[in-house]
Design a protein around this ligand. Structure first.
Ligand code: MG
Ligand code: ZN
Length: 384
């Protein structure tokens, strides 16, 4: 018994340093991605704030998935103290709780922002009783406006899906893809090709889209050249890669969508998602967070450039929830270095920022529920 115990103790003592070493290696790796170091800043423009009328003709809603105020300030620091976001004079906070959880997921968060209805985590465009809820994209379409969705994730992923699909569960990617065919959406650009083309039910939705008059394209160069007509841009089998891989896919896709949708004389609704701010924060990876935050901000710059020229476009920027419980524990605005510390590898409950620019922007200040955002968009934009 004693020998057995001693043998066990020796084995444990021999094993411990290995474990410790392994942990140390992981910790060093984890620490190395906590600090972002800038390789250079981009120039931020400031746009004139003169608009026509009090109600917008067009609405561009940009959702930074997981983007809390720390993520925004990490971006401000990393770009030398300035972002395109600085153009927004009307700022508020959104409470993100879902119908059944203090901490929401992106499906309930997306559905709240698309429909104005709080629902359960995992729900795509359905209420707590799993009944479909009408989204502002669908209402815009009914009014004869042009509509679009752009995302760096699969276009069937929770956030964009919440604007166009009605499914009990966010994981039903093939059913979500099929829901796109039930609509008349004009432009969608994102990943998710395989959910349209390589399906268990044998349907090929890309052929069905073509039969409905869509240009179905997979390369960003081809997508960027489209100026009119219906467009399905499926740029990755599943999700697009990180910025280092996908380049300026998101700003270019957003510009392309605006070019096409603005042909509609009645106006348009466009939702754009910076999906991967969330993914960087889930990984507690500040480099990933900041790269995606800056890519999202440059995309916001494209929306602002159009809105400032057009003078009838309301641009709203917000998030579905915060991710990572991110705090900034070090940084240097002159060099663009920023250090993050995390309290979670998941979402948190805190309020997220809301930024508004354009006619009606003054309605999006103060503390609001996430559901107030689409409801106010409805009042200003769809109930004219
Ligand atoms: Mg998302
Ligand atoms: Zn997430």
């Amino acid at each position: 018994m004693k020998i057995k115990f001693l043998a066990g103790l020796v084995a444990l003592l021999l094993w411990l340093p290995l474990v410790a070493q392994e942990n140390y290696k992981d910790k060093a790796e984890a620490d190395s991605v906590k600090t972002y170091r800038s390789a250079g800043f981009y120039t931020v423009k400031s746009f004139p704030q003169q608009f026509k009328g009090k109600k917008p003709k067009n609405v561009i809603l940009l959702i930074g998935d997981g983007m809390g105020t720390s993520h925004v300030f990490a971006g401000i620091t990393a770009n030398g103290g300035q972002l395109f976001l600085d153009n927004f004079k009307h700022v508020g906070f959104s409470k993100t709780q879902s119908s059944n959880q203090y901490i929401t997921d992106s499906a309930a968060g997306g559905t709240a922002l698309s429909s104005g209805v709080k629902t359960y985590n995992g729900a795509i465009g359905v209420d707590p009783d799993q009944k479909p809820v009408k989204t502002i994209l669908e209402e815009a379409e009914e009014k004869g406006l042009a509509t679009g969705l752009v995302s760096t994730s699969a276009i069937t992923h929770a956030t964009p899906a919440s604007f166009i699909s009605h499914q009990d569960s966010r994981g039903s990617y093939e059913a979500i893809a099929a829901d796109f065919l039930k609509t008349d959406i004009d432009v969608f650009i994102g990943g998710g090709y395989k959910h349209f083309a390589e399906r268990k039910d044998g349907r090929n939705l890309t052929s069905e889209l073509e039969a409905k008059g869509y240009q179905v394209l997979r390369k960003m160069d081809d997508i960027a050249a489209v100026k009119s007509g219906k467009l399905a841009g499926l740029t990755a089998p599943e999700h697009n890669g990180r910025v280092s891989e996908r380049g300026d896919m998101l700003p270019v896709a957003t510009q392309t969508a605006i070019n096409i949708l603005s042909n509609n004389k009645k106006g348009f609704f466009l939702m754009v998602e910076g999906s991967q701010i969330d993914w960087g924060a889930h990984q507690n990876n500040t480099i990933y967070v900041v790269e995606d935050m800056l890519d999202f901000d440059r995309t916001i710059g494209k929306a602002l450039e159009f809105a400032a020229r057009d003078k009838q476009t309301l641009v709203i920027v917000t998030a579905d929830h915060e991710t990572g419980g991110l705090a900034l524990t070090g940084g240097n605005i002159k060099t663009g270095m920023v250090k993050g510390a995390y309290t979670s590898t998941d979402h948190t409950a805190v309020m997220v920022p809301v930024f508004a620019f354009g006619p009606g922007a003054e309605n999006f200040t103060g503390i609001m529920e996430n559901t107030d955002i689409p409801n106010r968009i409805r009042d200003l934009f769809l109930k004219k």
